[in-house]
Write a protein that binds this ligand. Sequence first.
Ligand code: ADE
Ligand code: ZN
Length: 333
Amino acid sequence: MNRNELIRALPKAELHVHIEGTFEPELMFAIAQRNQIEIPYKSVEEVKQAYNFHNLQSFLDIYYAGAAVLIYEQDFYDLAWAYFEKCAEDNVVHTEMFFDPQTHTDRGVAFATVINGLQRACDDAREKLNISSHLIMCFLRHLTEEAAFETLAQALPYKDQIIGVGLDSSEVGHPPEKFERVFAKAREAGFLIVAHAGEEGPAEYVWQALDLLKVNRIDHGVRSEEDSKLLERLIAEKMPLTVCPLSNLKLCVVDDMVQHNIQRLLQQGVHVTVNSDDPSYFGGYMNDNFFAIAEALDLSHAELKQLAQNSFEASFISDTEKQKWTEQIAALN
Ligand code: ADE
Ligand code: ZN
């Protein structure tokens, strides 16, 4: 098998994808029209031209504007279903997707509307596509601690449908410590914990995510490389980093894919995984991310298999499931 054939054939788990970031312009237009909502673009081409981000905030401004057309349960279903169809194409057999309840509840959409639409798509994906999934709810870090506590309270009746709690949105100036207390409460309630850290923010935010939020995984974490003590800790604890190469390129976290540190981190023993983050905005889904790093960094077959293997090990599926995927990966050449 050549390298791209191997990438396609590998079963993969996606651990870092924002469902609102899978919103393709065509679907955005269709939903805006049926909900009779004005969007500031005349065509799909105009939408794509607006995607000329140069940092996280310039992306987030457009991402939140796009999400504003989502109103009804069916909208959330359609959004997630379209993503599951991409998973099927890319042999992503398991996904743990983020959703941002506050992006919707702040516009008057009920928490139940969001979760019911997403859950129905997850159930259909399991039944019709044989793809398993978990939902992870993220707090928007540019909002207050109080708002995060309110969101946590809204989530409690849906505890069985939400496996974990995360932290996303504008990183710099909103350190993990701002949310220490609400994450303690989420942990007590039995949620697993993840947090974006070390994307644009410094290595110090990764320390805080570990020590104060007590995360099970770090989302991004690529700036951890700037702190050798932190790298030692990540390696010793086998702490997963959910790395998103095309996102890092599009948001100028790296200037060129050949400079991406995912291979260096992998070779040092950091538990890195490959993910798409916001694929409709950043130019590709799971396999596109693999193709991009494989080519730029000349990844070996063994490294690609290790990355796929890491994705299951770092996931929140059972040990039996992990074992099943490990065997399938090992059998590929
Ligand atoms: N929300 C959606 N994508 C994000 C990212 N890459 N970083 C922080 N917040 C986000
Ligand atoms: Zn993200």
